[in-house]
Design a protein around this ligand. Structure first.
Ligand code: ACO
Length: 326
């Protein structure tokens, strides 16, 4: 069988801002309670950026960890993709700012905007470069400061989100073209633009010129998430040529404990295989999957050769899944 080029995730890193905000902290100024938030979402706390801490700083911190673990330096990096909904500036892309701050050579750098699905979308875009031999060392970063988009008077949304960044290094390696290869081996990406009103930000550069606030019909998003993510998971598994039951770790977007348990149950994934970090940092949008991956690598659960299933859903509505063998 002819060899094929695969995009292999060789390292992961994460970063959470220092400031921790507990549910009780929020209950001091919003009509909510620690009990309600834990029961409905599993969230116990979130991290929050300082006023002078742009998303590029979070991205750079996560990227430095991933590069060091991959044995790479900024000089090696020829592609940077940042998945974010909360860029430092309307332009340039946050990826360009990250390139400057890391001191990477002139290469390719741009952002991907698919909200909470951004990291899965960005991985598939990186695969288009790496698996065609057009990048030797790519940084794929999910970074968001969702607290900047909150309406702090809306208890239905402001308790759900937090800030953070996660990064992976992706490098080309030859494989056999089978499901046993290391690398990104299966994808399914989806968007249904007719569902915009369920989850969006009510401002923008070409409409009212404001940054805006996040607006969400939570229970409808919840319903859509459990049903449609399951379909994308099965499609990604078919694309990879694997059985969903064969995955070692399920790494869902960390939005709500009940959503990720519901999806796992619907797809027949054992509870012990679900990586859950939402309690520690709430919904960090595009950062949540690499942050969860990072946690399970750091505590030794994820090992080389393991088969991972990633999934996410976010504004758009966008959603998708990806199968990765480390
Ligand atoms: N504290 C206390 N009570 C609250 C709070 C709160 N923080 N928020 C809402 N409530 C109240 C509501 O006002 C309502 O009260 P009422 O019955 O008197 O009218 C009651 O709780 C029930 O509200 P629901 O919205 O029906 O509660 P639900 O069980 O659906 O939980 C939640 C709400 C947690 C938002 C849930 O719907 C959810 O998690 N949805 C998915 C949201 C999500 O994950 N979005 C992110 C997607 S990713 C992205 O791209 C951004």
């Amino acid at each position: 069988m002819p060899k094929v080029l695969r995009s292999v995730v060789t390292a992961v890193g994460g970063y959470l801002p220092e400031q921790v905000v507990s549910n009780d902290d929020l209950a001091k100024f919003v009509d909510t309670s620690d009990e309600w938030i834990r029961e409905r979402t599993g969230i116990q706390q979130r991290h929050k950026v300082r006023d002078d801490e742009p998303v590029s700083d979070l991205a750079v911190a996560a990227a430095r960890v991933a590069l060091e673990r991959a044995g790479k330096t900024p000089d090696d990096v020829d592609l940077i993709i940042v998945a974010t909904t909360t860029p430092d500036l309307t332009f340039p892309a946050t990826a360009a700012i990250v390139q400057r701050k890391l001191g990477c050579p002139v290469g390719i750098a741009f952002d991907v905007q698919a909200v909470c699905s951004g990291f899965v979308y960005a991985l598939s875009v990186a695969d288009g470069f790496v698996a065609r031999g057009r990048s030797k060392c790519a940084l794929v970063i999910g970074a968001d400061a969702m607290t900047r988009l909150m309406d702090w008077n809306d208890r239905g949304t402001c308790v759900l989100f937090g800030d953070g960044a996660g990064a992976v290094v992706v490098e080309p390696m030859e494989g056999e073209g089978t499901a046993d290869d290391r690398g990104l081996i299966g994808f399914a990406l989806r968007c249904d633009g007719t569902k915009q009103d369920l989850l969006y930000v009510d401002g923008g550069a070409s409409t009212d010129g404001r940054i805006g606030h996040l607006r969400m019909q939570g229970n409808q998003v919840f319903r859509h998430a459990v049903v449609n993510i399951s379909e994308a998971i099965n499609s990604a598994a078919a694309d990879a040529g694997i059985d969903v039951a064969a995955v070692d770790w399920f790494i869902p977007h960390q939005a709500n404990l009940r959503i990720l348990q519901g999806v796992a149950h619907r797809c027949g994934i054992d509870e012990d295989k679900v990586v859950t970090t939402v309690m520690h940092h709430a919904n960090t949008s595009a950062a949540s999957i690499p942050l969860a991956m990072n946690a399970a690598v750091e505590d030794g659960r994820i090992q080389p050769g393991h088969l991972l299933l990633l999934e996410a859903m976010g504004g758009g509505l966008t959603w998708g899944a990806c199968v990765v063998r480390l």
